[in-house]
Design a binder for this molecule. Sequence first.
Ligand SMILES: [Cu+2]
Length: 146
Amino acid sequence: MKKNMLWTIPLLLTVGLGTAQADGMKCGGAMAEKSSIQNGLLHEVKEKDGFRIVLESQKPMIVGNNDITVTVMQNGQKRDNVKVKIKFFMPEMPGMPYMEYKTKLKKAHGVYQGSVNLSMGGTWQYMLKFKDAEGKVHSVRGSVNI
Ligand SMILES: [Cu+2]
């Protein structure tokens, strides 16, 4: 009984966080890394080449369209003179082709905003690229479980 309970708790948490799971199918799990989702909200902080990059969602991540915000900081200050794009992708696996969604983010109030369509539940990898004021391209990657 107690052993079963221990298994049930993480399962309930997973189900609770996976908001609009269309078909209950989990994909990309083999590539799973630590994902910074709390209460469904994405909040990833990455450091690269002296920049700090924050990737966030304003609402819980779902299967479907998600509004995301990227903040690029350098020396503790927001940088709004960069160009940001992001790609979410899921590797090919049995019964499912490779999937990806790419978008360029738009500058708004010193941050970068966009919408990404994640077409199924599971682990999505992302590659975020930004071009700095000198034209140098930097990239960070991570993953998100939905
Ligand atoms: Cu998949």
